[in-house]
Design a protein around this ligand. Sequence first.
Ligand code: FYN
Ligand code: ADP
Length: 588
Amino acid sequence: MAVTTEHRPAGAAVSAQAAAAAPESIDGFQLVIDALALNGLDTLYSLPGIPITDLTRRAQASGLRVLAFRHEQNAGYAASIAGFLTGRPGVCITVSAPGFLNGLNALAHATVNCFPMILISGSSEREVVDLQQGDYEEMDQLAIARPVAKAAYRVLHAEDIGVGIARAIRAAVSGRPGGVYLDLPAKLFAQTIDAAAGRASLIQVVDPAPRQMPAPEAVQRALDLLKSAKKPLIILGKGAAYAQVDSEIRALVETSGIPYLPMSMAKGLLPDTHELCAAAARSFVLPAADVVMLVGARLNWLLSHGKGKTWGAGASKAWGAQKFIQIDISPQEADSNVRIDAPLVGDVGSCVTALLAGMGSGWAKPPAQWLSAVHGKKSANIAKMAETLAKNPSPMNFHSALAVVRDIVKANPDAMLVNEGANALDFTRSIVDMHKPRKRIDVGTWGIMGIGMGYCIAAAVTTKQQVIAIEGDSAFGFSGMEVETICRYDLPVCIVVLNNNGVYKGTDLDPTGRDPAPTQFVKGARYDKIIEAFGGVGAHVTTPAELRAAMEAALASRKPTLINAVIDETAGTESGRITSLNPSAKKK
Ligand code: FYN
Ligand code: ADP
């Protein structure tokens, strides 16, 4: 195939005579755009600059949606969560070296969280990079991306763009989803090839995420173990939410009659108010259960690695006394922390369907004693929480503010809830019930700060629903400038900054008296003024009643809104509910 590497800017005028004589050609820019569009990847999360500015312009001109951000990290986080919400890879496009590095954080996040995402970065010329001759933004990006990506590819020739995009899509969504890096050197974009041959080289990926059926003997092993259980428990993780097989999951819980614990982003797969939801009895069910079935959830730090005190392996119970069934698409996940007695490898939908078929209609529900013990513990915790939420302290605290959010989310079950912070995260998770699947998106597997505004933008764009973001004041700072992006695209996002003047709380002091403490912020900061600078609505509230009115107004108008919710600066504990992970706490 004839490849020319003409270096004329895209769209440059070509004389009419030359155009008439030359066969129709297509360049790298257009092939990338057409390959994405052919595969339904119609939204790009980006930040323009050399060498991808024309890519973003021409993508927009070709009908793709291009969301331009203020920092690549936020564009990347947006792409990653778009992947989670849609099941198609979210696409982030950045410039070379610094832009690429800014996007890399999100690529790693996508891989760690099992979200399908493709990071496409323009890069400098291979000939110069490989000899380290000091090109503009020189960096061996492919080598740097590889360790944090599920897969990483480079395309050097225009006729390979179709294959490059197809491989990236398959790698991102098949099996365990993850982040894929695609390196596109600047020179590629200007390459031209014969248009018909170029179009023929594009690939529409057939069945990018094939179903994976579990082996019948593995299904039987799991059923036998489940049948033997006296105190069974199901744990639903974000892999179960990602799979989008909500009615099958509901049927599994209801047919088996087994109490379930939703991990943070699995909240709402069944309504949190479901009678079998054991979220409010977490510390009771984990150590008490005898057989635990994990559905798209890993036994990582969020589940105390399946052992230790959380699981009851203390003085009275030996480690390994509990049995585990694990449904996961990754065959390598089982035994990563503790023995998995019945691994069930396959996609959640196929595995759950096979289990349901095996259970039939005569499946015996768990012993009543177990169900009533779970119910008793849960009711007591819910009653205790209701008592706390009924208080109206002055100043407002996390609980009284989040009681309002809880009501608003209940009244608007289709709204997306974005949540990050330490205490702002932990309190929201246990106070705000979710009523529908994939409505809660948060800090995920790493517990990172900074996903907030990127997630808001992607959630609004992909779901078209109202978005509510509950942000700690510290967490908001990581991506706050993207309120301009939210205003620019006029997205229905209502951001609530729970402002207690600092990280965790606002009362720390520098013992030497010289500087603010590392965890302190400017007292009385008016975050609401930031959004006003861009034409959005700002509100400053100090009571639950004011918060309610401001949130209701935001939802009624669907205008970009930022509510600065002032809460007690003494409210909040060090690191929220993960204080035990602080090295000083471990030393004790
Ligand atoms: C939960 N709970 C409830 C309810 N839901 N009580 C009443 N009503 C309702 N609806 C109870 C639950 O039983 C627990 O009490 C408690 O609230 C907390 O529940 P949660 O949040 O499910 O449990 P816990 O112990 O906090 O979970 C551990 C965890 C979680 C590691 C999964 O902390 C987590 O997801 N952490 C992420 C932290 C993070 O990423 N932080 C960002 C970095 S912060 P008991 O059963 O009595 O214990 C940087 O500093
Ligand atoms: P959580 O943090 O909610 O506990 P994790 O991210 O730890 O969830 O676990 C998600 C798991 O789900 C991963 O091990 C991943 O391999 C698995 N997974 C993702 N998609 C699917 C799917 N379609 N079918 C089965 N397992 C899946």
